[in-house]
Design a protein around this ligand. Structure first.
Ligand code: PEP
Length: 251
């Protein structure tokens, strides 16, 4: 099986002012042990901080990404940011289809897929998010829902270099609730199987992250499960000590 490098990614969401550069500084200062253990680290700050943090993080073990992009490279789209603009600001990656975007901005699988194609055009790694609601899980439809999202949101031709999938059950995000190990194992195995059907052997190089209430005290349990190749972390990524303690699950 292809060895997949663990990835721990922090989604700062709509949090962070210029003073947050100090938190990135603390992460850079303390990232050595996890970086030496081979863990890849990414931080996704709000768009206003990307250029500043990307400049600071250049040449360190931490890379910087955006939280969303528009599907088109330019044009009359007030308030939106093109993938090319993210790349130009120093971003290495972009989160797409986060459940908060799917809910707050009505993003469909087709929209997410178009954005993922745009991100590829701009040379960005795509971190595509999928995940079921509590009602969908209760109805026994979690795997079917995620399968549909995966099929609809992920563009053709994806590889392990340019695509990461984050399984984030909507009900686990910011709630302190996490799925059972058995549920995560089932979902990640199902996602891997679907990716194999579509991308053949390349699917074994695509990293599958778990996201939803990952904290320092549950990280080792969650992140060492089979087919879990890392984490997408929200709240706990705002503090360097917590973020790096999560990544230390792999040390
Ligand atoms: C997220 O929003 O991607 C997330 C996983 O948030 P939290 O870790 O706070 O649950």
């Amino acid at each position: 099986m292809t060895a997949r490098r663990p990835l721990v990614a922090g989604n700062w969401k709509m949090n962070g002012l210029s003073t947050s550069a100090a938190e990135l500084e603390r992460m850079i200062d303390a990232a050595g042990p996890v970086a030496s253990a081979g863990v890849e680290l990414m931080i996704f700050p709000p768009a206003t901080l990307i250029a500043r943090l990307a400049a600071r993080a250049a040449g360190t073990p931490i890379s910087i990404g955006g939280q969303d992009c528009h599907a088109r490279p330019s044009g009359a789209h007030t308030g939106d940011i093109a993938a090319e603009m993210l790349a130009d600001a120093g971003a290495h990656a972009v989160i797409l289809g986060h459940s908060e975007r799917r809910t707050d901005h009505g993003e469909t699988d087709a929209v997410v897929r178009a954005k993922a194609e745009a991100a590829h055009r701009a040379g960005l790694v795509r971190v595509v998010c999928v995940g079921e609601t509590l009602a969908e899980r209760a109805a026994g439809r979690a795997v079917a829902v995620v399968a549909r999202q995966l099929e609809g949101s992920v563009p053709d031709g994806a590889t392990g270099y340019d695509l990461v999938i984050a399984y984030e059950p909507v009900w686990a995000i910011g709630t302190g609730h996490v799925p059972t190990a058995a549920d995560i194992l089932e979902m990640h195995a199902a996602m891997r199987a679907l990716l194999r059907q579509r991308f053949g052997g390349e699917a074994d190089a695509i990293r599958l992250l778990y996201g939803g209430s990952v904290k320092p005290d549950n990280a080792r349990t969650l992140l060492t499960l089979t087919d879990v190749d890392g984490a997408l972390v929200g709240g706990a990524s705002l503090k360097a000590a917590d973020f790096l303690a999560i990544a230390a699950a792999y040390v």
